[in-house]
Design a protein around this ligand. Structure first.
Ligand SMILES: Cc1cc2nc3c(=O)[nH]c(=O)nc-3n(C[C@H](O)[C@H](O)[C@H](O)COP(=O)(O)OP(=O)(O)OC[C@H]3O[C@@H](n4cnc5c(N)ncnc54)[C@H](O)[C@@H]3O)c2cc1C
Length: 374
């Protein structure tokens, strides 16, 4: 390790650490990012890469998602990260779900969105509009990147364009500024931001609130190309129960009650449907939500089958062959989208404690840097 002193050391090279690095580098700070892995392997590369704006919880998340979308567009152009898809296509099958969308359309959060009747939807996307489709909400705001490529590309661009230094294979053991102690030796920095993802044990585990953070585990699939292009990233009735901006609508009660009678096991497993499409036409499909303190190594085939069953209901066609399966997990704290703390002078700790880091990370990064420098 060198004797160079950095203005800022960031622990974690997931989307949150990279977002903080970008915000700091824009302010002219000399930044070092440390990650224990040889490359980012956490939640940030296992997700859909779906930057979701419409339907996010107004209270905490919607504004952050809008700001993050702006930064994603700016960064994608500059860093050469392809936007694989734009927009969201939220299709309903139950009248209660259509009612949720109608109520959502009456709110100011629907700006730019359109509620399409079934015949209107059919003219836009005949492949996805079958007899059981009630209505479709089209939102132009969403972006989708291929996370497994986008996150490493973002790190390379931060290094090349802003001179951000990346120290991989470098586990941080403790921070007592200006010394950041790592398994490879000390790194010197004026300030530190810790973005450890779901690792709430290695650093600051004794801080109030840290013990309450658990984990959410998700099952994901990649399917062969269906042979047509999706109009945007697809969601369905079940998604309306998971996204705060929809779930807050009065009609969501009736929808939940109907789904809990028809598909109780889907609610038990936290299953809803997102179908995202990659440049080669293949589909990233998920997901399920299992909450626990520990992450289980065992994927359940029955859960994958439920996800595929919902795919069939929503698209009106059998799912293409499964090409790949993986599990992901993120930190979880009920009713708290982001856990932030100041464990020491000039040190900030930030953990996204819900499934929204791809959608809100860039805005949170800006907030962290503003707070640290103020
Ligand atoms: C399957 C799945 C689907 C998802 N879908 C979406 C979605 O559609 N939209 C959305 O917005 N969000 C989604 N999310 C959530 C999103 O991916 C996360 O909120 C986000 O990636 C969290 O980013 P992070 O940087 O905090 O954590 P991570 O990406 O997990 O990065 C944390 C990094 O910190 C490093 N680290 C930890 N401790 C140390 C230490 N002591 N020393 C050195 N390095 C350390 C780790 O090695 C890791 O690389 C999804 C998540 C999953 C798992």
């Amino acid at each position: 390790m060198s004797t160079q002193k950095y203005d800022l050391a960031i622990v974690g090279a997931g989307i949150l650490g990279l977002s903080a690095a970008l915000a700091a580098a824009k302010r002219g700070l000399k930044v070092v990012v440390l990650d224990r892995s040889s490359r980012a392997m956490g939640a940030s590369v296992r997700n859909f890469g779906f930057v979701t704006v419409t339907g996010q919880d107004r209270e905490h998340t919607w504004l952050r998602a809008r700001r993050s979308r702006e930064i994603w567009l700016e960064v994608a152009g500059a860093a050469g990260i392809p936007i694989a898809q734009t927009g969201a296509w939220i299709t309903t099958q139950r009248p209660e779900a259509t009612r949720v969308l109608e109520q959502f359309m009456a709110s100011d959060m629907s700006e730019g969105c359109e509620l399409l009747t079934q015949p209107e939807a059919k003219t836009r996307c005949p492949w996805l509009t079958h007899d059981h489709v009630g209505a479709v909400l089209w939102s132009p705001h969403e972006l989708r990147v291929e996370s497994v490529d986008a996150i490493p590309q973002l790190a390379r661009w931060l290094s090349a364009h802003y001179g951000v230094v990346f120290l991989w294979n470098t586990a941080v053991k403790s921070i007592d500024l200006p010394v950041v102690s790592t398994a490879q030796g000390p790194v010197l920095a004026e300030r530190a931001i810790v973005c450890p993802g779901e690792d709430t044990i290695s650093l600051y585990s004794d801080r109030p609130g840290m013990g309450a953070i658990s984990r959410c585990q998700l099952q994901m699939l990649r399917l062969d190309s269906p042979g047509y292009r999706l109009p945007g990233t697809v969601m369905s009735d079940l998604s309306l129960l998971r996204y705060g901006g929809f779930a807050m609508q009065p009609a969501a009660h009736a929808l939940r009650s109907r789904v809990s009678t028809e598909l109780p096991q889907f609610l038990d497993q936290g299953i809803h449907l997102i179908i995202a499409q990659s440049a080669d036409g293949s589909l990233v499909v998920g997901d399920s939500h299992r909450y626990d303190q520990a992450v289980s190594p065992f994927a359940q085939e029955s859960v994958d089958q439920m996800i595929l069953e919902e795919f069939g209901r929503v698209t009106g066609r059998p799912a293409p062959a499964v090409r790949e399966r993986w599990m992901g997990s993120y930190a979880y704290l009920a009713n708290t989208p982001v856990f932030m703390d100041s464990p020491a002078d000039n040190v900030r700790l930030a953990i996204v404690t819900s499934g929204i880091g791809a959608s809100t990370g860039f805005a949170i990064g800006e907030e962290l840097i503003s707070d640290l420098l103020s």
